[in-house]
Design a protein around this ligand. Structure first.
Ligand code: ADP
Ligand code: ADP
Length: 237
């Protein structure tokens, strides 16, 4: 088992309960979509798994290790194993595409490394192989602020896999994109995680996309899990 979420609840300081007693297990190689309307807790769930926020109750086991109550240093190690893709891409806009991909490997250090051009030829070569997977090599030396949304998310995917994560969390990766570009991004994502055997959890609000791409769908409503099964069993309500 790669990940085990056990009875987790999250209450924010403002009193909003974003997650209520949510449990599920994730096996290696699964491609799971989390669906639910805006405010249902999808983002809170992903942010709990990668320790961006602390849960109020329950436990999360990553590779059979409880990730609650970890020391700062240990949290950093867990985070290295968990990649993240965001709705707003979270790229360093003033840096080039290749610098952003290298950022995936080097973490925050590379903001300086990028400016100073400090990274090994080996790392650079690897970054190019990942750029190739998202068909972005010809934009390698272009600044990210010159790219379209779809192109930015392709860089986001390359950067996330550069980190070689065991688990990839995608928080509404296509919410800012038009339908055609959305499918294009999902095609790249699905192909790459399958090829590299990366387990993937994707937050989506489009049910049709979730059905098309995932092996399993978890539906949340008002912080509660209301469905967890194969896409073909999902009904319209
Ligand atoms: P979703 O990703 O499904 O849109 P979220 O997890 O973002 O849902 O939000 C779930 C609920 O928690 C919402 O009511 C939202 O307003 C609230 N919420 C999210 N983040 C915070 C926060 N940092 N502080 C307080 N409330 C929050
Ligand atoms: P999402 O797209 O994940 O639903 P939003 O765009 O609503 O999140 O929120 C963006 C940021 O604001 C997040 O960092 C979230 O934690 C925070 N946030 C969301 N809802 C609230 C809230 N009710 N109170 C305080 N912060 C919130």
């Amino acid at each position: 088992m790669l990940l085990s979420v056990k009875n987790i609840s999250k209450e924010y300081n403002n009193g909003i309960t974003a997650l209520k007693n949510v449990s599920f297990d994730v096996e290696k190689g699964e491609f799971i979509s989390i669906i639910g309307p805006s405010g249902s807790g999808k983002s809170t769930l992903l942010r709990s798994i990668n320790k961006m926020i602390d849960i109020s109750q329950g436990s999360i086991l990553f590779e059979n290790r409880n990730i609650e109550n970890l020391k700062k240093r240990e949290i950093e190690l867990v985070r290295r194993e968990i990649g993240m893709i965001f709705q707003n891409y979270n790229l360093v806009e003033r840096l080039t595409v290749i610098e952003n991909v290298l950022h995936g490997r080097l973490g925050y250090k590379s903001i300086f490394a990028g400016i100073l051009g400090i990274y090994s030829e080996e790392e650079k070569k690897e970054a190019f192989t990942f750029l190739e997977k998202v068909n972005m090599t010809k934009y390698a030396y272009q600044k990210c602020n010159e790219l379209s949304g779809g192109q930015k998310q392709r860089v986001g995917i390359a950067r996330a896999i550069m980190q070689k994560p065991k688990l990839l969390l995608c928080d509404e990766p296509i919410a800012s994109l038009d339908p055609k570009t959305s499918e294009n991004i999902m095609d790249y994502l699905k192909k790459i995680v399958t090829e590299l055997k990366i387990t993937c959890i994707v937050n989506l609000h489009q049910v049709d996309i979730a059905k098309k791409y995932s092996n399993r769908i978890i539906a949340l409503n008002k912080g509660e899990k209301i469905f967890d099964d194969k896409p073909e069993y999902l009904t319209n309500d």
